[in-house]
Design a protein around this ligand. Structure first.
Ligand SMILES: O=c1ccn([C@@H]2O[C@H](COP(=O)(O)O)[C@@H](O)[C@H]2O)c(=O)[nH]1
Length: 224
């Protein structure tokens, strides 16, 4: 993939998502559709966006018992997104069953620790230790479970890559230097994420909320 930016189309509005995809399509490598979009538009909406010809990353972050996650993936039918997310903390059996239920062409990637959380937030969930160590533990679990890769922040991706050299690494929490961080807490620039081993970058608001989204996407792509 020559352009490793997946733009996050975080909107419930199908027409807005389609318009944004049409605007930025020449400056990104794929489209990421998340819960907000999927709840509002379902599989039909995903299918509409796939007409763009760009690979679809379906970011559902599934997290439930193994049977429920596997059935939910089967229920996607022939959608076959290029990338699909589940939560690593669902455990080994859930990860194994998720991978088994997904089409062979779909990369199943496990979210380790959301980029909106920091060490303090982690402690508040009852997990002792640093985000860095937690991400590496879950990277090891994902690797053992046979999924294709993980989602982590740019702060951990280099170490995670050392743990799993053949893994597929998705990095959200990407911001231009001195850009608005918003609710993200573990952020790096697009260039830093790639230099540290990211396979693809997920970028939402820095593109979609920009005054000129195609110029914003082009400017970020030019740094890569
Ligand atoms: O740890 C995670 C996992 C997923 N995301 C998703 O990425 C985008 C980021 O959007 P921005 O507007 O660039 O912050 C969003 O769709 C999240 O659901 C994440 O941010 N962190």
């Amino acid at each position: 993939m020559s352009n490793r930016i997946f733009v996050a189309l975080d909107t419930p509005d199908l027409d807005r998502a389609k318009a944004m995809a049409a605007r930025v399509r020449h400056h990104v490598g794929g489209l990421k559709l998340g819960l907000e979009f999927f709840v509002a538009n379902g599989a039909l909406g995903v299918r509409e966006l796939s007409h763009s010809g760009l690979p679809i990353f379906l970011d559902l972050k599934l997290h439930d018992i193994p049977n429920t996650v596997a059935k939910a993936i089967q229920a996607l039918g022939d959608l076959a997104p290029a990338i699909l997310t589940v939560h690593a903390s669902g455990g080994q059996a859930m990860l194994e069953d998720a991978k088994a239920a997904a089409p062979a062409t779909t990369k199943v990637v496990a979210v380790t620790m959301l980029t909106s959380l920091d060490d303090q937030d982690l402690a508040a969930t009852g997990v002792q230790g640093r985000a860095h160590d937690h991400v590496l533990r879950l990277t090891e679990l994902a690797k053992q479970s046979g999924v294709d890769g993980i989602v982590c922040s740019g702060e951990e991706v280099e170490a995670a890559h050392r743990v799993w050299p053949s893994g597929f690494f998705v990095v959200p929490g990407v911001r231009p230097a001195a850009g608005v961080v918003g609710d993200q807490k573990r952020v790096v620039t697009a260039r830093q994420a790639l230099d540290r081993g990211a396979s693809i970058l997920v970028i939402g608001r820095p593109i979609t909320q920009a005054e000129d989204p195609d110029a914003a996407a082009r400017a970020i792509a030019a740094t890569l």
